[in-house]
Design a protein around this ligand. Structure first.
Ligand code: 5GP
Ligand code: MG
Length: 188
């Protein structure tokens, strides 16, 4: 069960408390900046955005809405399984529908944590022979990185703490929050 109010700066989900970390206003301001960069970089390229579900849906909607250039969108769903073995595995649950060959592809991610997802997924996209491939992420945790992976546009670099809101979930809760909240790990 989740309780929250837009006016409160702490959100409680189950036994966990999260404190306001990035406000909707800060997020929107940064997204406008990054959208301008992408506009400049892709003015005549008709880029194809590959939106990684579920977490990136809100970010993608706001970023693309701010772009004043022609573009296409497509959606993919991937999930990682890190079992007991040291080598994880990435499952493509929903693959892209549009052809990537010859296209300028930009992957939109919610968060780059260890880098595992992109480490596994980028070669699958490269194998489809795009004209170019870039990665744009809302959040990045530089200190959590275990895989040296390509990231071209980052809205916010954040510490290695669990965050929710603005598309990101904790056990599927919290995706609808307009702000981003950070787990309070040392509590009272
Ligand atoms: P990776 O370790 O492969 O870079 O990140 C894998 C996935 O873990 C992300 O796409 C995201 O779904 C999830 N993840 C990593 N850090 C966080 C976080 O702080 N909050 C939430 N909600 N998900 C996270
Ligand atoms: Mg994700």
């Amino acid at each position: 069960m989740m309780y929250f109010s837009e006016k409160k700066d702490v959100v409680t989900i189950g036994a966990l408390d999260f404190v306001l970390y990035l406000s909707a206003r800060e997020i929107q301001n940064k997204i406008r900046e990054v959208a301008k960069q992408i506009e400049n970089d892709y003015a005549n390229e008709n880029p194809l955005f590959l939106i990684v579900l579920n977490g990136a849906f809100m970010f993608a909607a706001d970023l693309i809405r701010n772009l004043d250039i022609a573009c296409d969108v497509d959606f993919v769903k991937v999930s990682s399984y890190k079992g007991l073995a040291s080598t994880g595995r990435l499952d493509v649950k929903i693959a892209n529908e549009k052809e990537l060959k010859g296209r300028h592809v930009i992957i939109l991610e919610d968060i780059v944590d260890s880098g595992f997802t992109l480490d596994q997924y980028l070669p699958m996209v490269q194998a489809q022979d795009p004209a170019s491939l870039k990665v744009c992420t809302l959040l990045e945790k530089p200190e959590a990185k275990k895989f040296e992976t390509q990231v071209d546009y980052t809205c916010f670099k954040i510490p290695t703490k669990f965050v929710i809101g603005y598309g990101l979930d904790f056990d599927e809760a919290g995706r609808n929050l307009p702000h981003i909240y950070q787990l309070i790990d040392e509590y009272r």
